[in-house]
Design a protein around this ligand. Structure first.
Ligand code: PNS
Length: 195
């Protein structure tokens, strides 16, 4: 297993500037850095795997040694398949440490030849997470400096498509696009019947 090939695994729902900061640091250290998106059937993501991969590919295309891929199942199996010797993970604050330590030690138990390398993102991103970014977007807050412009656009579009318009009683109802009134639910009477 080559330590020149590293895998940076995660959910990336969506990719943030914190992830990109880490990718930029990792890209300098390894010959090949594989950013691997977990196809997680348990979580209910905001973006589909295809959308996440598409955004990641777009924002990492400037780095020739960065590849974006998808994986299922155990990370150690995927690392073996790709011939990678390193798992790259970011630690933002002490609160990340416990979970990351548990994962790293379990991965070591499953595959002792695989090393986990922890890197610190820039301090600017120490409080940044995909979860907070999704929450800010859902409430229409500012995202500048937190995610790349492309991701901001996709977030805005996603959130505006998702939000159901509410009628006066508070329940979602189809609205007439032009007039923003609920669409008529009964068929208009035929001319014959009116006359
Ligand atoms: O961005 P995330 O959600 O913190 O990433 C977590 C991830 C994808 C690295 C982790 O859930 C993972 O590796 N899942 C794959 C399944 C696996 O190998 N589980 C055992 C890890 S100890």
């Amino acid at each position: 297993m080559k330590t020149s090939i590293a895998i940076y695994p995660g959910s990336f729902d969506p990719v943030t500037n914190g992830h990109l900061d880490l990718i930029e640091r990792g890209e300098k250290m390894f010959d090949l850095l594989i950013v691997a998106v977990l196809r997680n059937t348990e979580k209910q993501p905001l973006f589909s795997v295809t959308e996440r991969v598409e955004m990641l590919r777009e924002v990492t295309k400037k780095w020739a040694s960065v590849e974006v891929d998808v994986f299922d199942g155990l990370l150690v199996d995927y690392a073996r398949k790709r011939g990678a010797g390193v798992i790259l993970r970011g630690i933002r604050a002490i609160s990340d440490y416990e979970f990351e330590l548990q994962m790293a030690l379990m991965n070591r138990k499953l595959e002792p030849r695989l090393e986990t390398v922890f890197m610190l993102p820039g301090e600017l991103y120490s409080y940044l997470s995909s979860k907070l970014v999704r929450e800010i977007a859902q409430h229409g807050g500012p995202l500048e400096g937190l995610v790349p412009p492309l991701v901001e656009q996709r977030l805005r579009a996603k959130v505006s498509n998702k939000a159901p318009r509410l009628n006066t009683l508070g329940s979602p109802k189809a609205l007439d696009k032009k007039n923003l009134r609920p669409r008529a639910t009964t068929r208009p009477r035929s001319k014959k019947a009116v006359s």
